[in-house]
Design a protein around this ligand. Structure first.
Ligand SMILES: Nc1ncnc2c1ncn2[C@@H]1O[C@H](COP(=O)(O)OP(=O)(O)O)[C@@H](O)[C@H]1O
Ligand SMILES: [Mg+2]
Length: 282
């Protein structure tokens, strides 16, 4: 009963976040010289035990960055606390040199798919249009120009043919593409995606990675929680290892090491697994 109430409140907080995201103006170009996301001393706790503890990390501009760590390591918590969706115990978050409240209009967030209620009645095109306007609350008022823009975002993720379908009727991978299209419609400079490749088929994985690499080519910063260690070298420039604390961060070629994998995953990642990853990367 209490849990259901907490869940409902949390969903409410997520919707509020989306509503506020639409009402914020875009960050001015000058502010983009600042670090897209700088976190210092960030701690979050849901109860007695911290979910993340004293995390310092800076996400460099124009890069594709993976956040990796075992289940329950606090990866989703890190993103949500950075976005102000959940309260922090302590620490500081700056987005393009501003507070998250002042920079919200320039940040697009795709939550972990499992955390979204997919039964809500909305057409694909409406879900994408929700990302379109920071100033308009009623997408009923949207005209054909807005529809065209939303369609272009759906096109970019290969989902234009599904525009009038109900979101709940789509497969997991298709839903993931639609949420990426909504993020594209926000035209942000910082993208935070929580496991965008989890449970998607190979074609969807390629399509999503093409879009994310395209965003990087445009100079945007893309941060993904990522679960597949075998693709880290192929997909990402930078990596952040998290297990409650930040274990290491930096360019993949410097930081994606056996030592950091061991420190992050401990006994959960057998040495043979690490060897396999090394061979795959050579
Ligand atoms: N809403 C919540 N209430 C209580 N505990 C939570 C909540 N969300 C996450 N946790 C706990 O916090 C820890 C980190 O969770 P999470 O950030 O989801 O990890 P990850 O995304 O790395 O799997 C886990 O132990 C998880 O059980
Ligand atoms: Mg998670």
């Amino acid at each position: 009963m209490i849990q259901a109430g907490v869940r409902a409140l949390r969903r409410g907080a997520g919707l509020l976040w989306l509503a506020r995201a639409r009402s914020q103006p875009s960050t001015g170009a000058g502010a983009l010289d600042a670090c897209p996301l700088a976190i210092s001393g960030l701690s979050v706790s849901y109860g007695e035990k911290p979910a993340i503890f004293s995390v310092d990390v800076e996400f460099p501009s124009g890069s594709l960055i993976a956040i990796v760590g075992p289940n329950g390591a606090g990866k989703s918590t890190l993103l949500k606390a950075a976005l102000g969706i959940i309260p922090k115990l302590s620490g500081r978050v700056e987005v393009f040199g501003k507070s998250i409240d002042d920079a919200r209009g320039n940040v697009a967030y795709v939550p972990q798919r499992a955390s979204v209620d997919w039964d809500f009645p909305a057409r694909v095109i409406d879900v994408v249009m929700m990302g379109l306007y920071r100033t308009m609350a009623l997408f009923a008022l949207f005209g054909s120009a807005e529809r065209q823009r939303a369609m272009a975002c759906l096109e970019r993720v290969g989902m234009a043919d599904f525009a009038d379908r109900q979101i709940g009727q789509l497969s997991g991978g298709q839903q993931q593409r639609v949420f990426l299209a909504r993020a594209l419609a926000q035209d942000a400079d910082l993208y935070l995606l929580d496991e965008p490749l989890a449970g998607v088929d190979a074609a969807t994985e390629r399509a999503i990675m093409d879009v994310l690499k395209g965003l990087r080519e445009e100079g945007r910063t893309v941060v993904c929680v990522h679960h597949d260690l075998a693709t880290v070298r192929d997909y990402f420039d930078q990596i952040v290892f998290v297990n409650v604390r930040k274990i290491a961060s930096g360019p993949v070629e410097d930081v994606f090491t056996d030592e950091n994998l061991q420190k992050t995953y401990g006994g959960r990642l057998a040495a043979t697994h690490i060897d396999k990853l090394r061979v795959a990367a050579e």
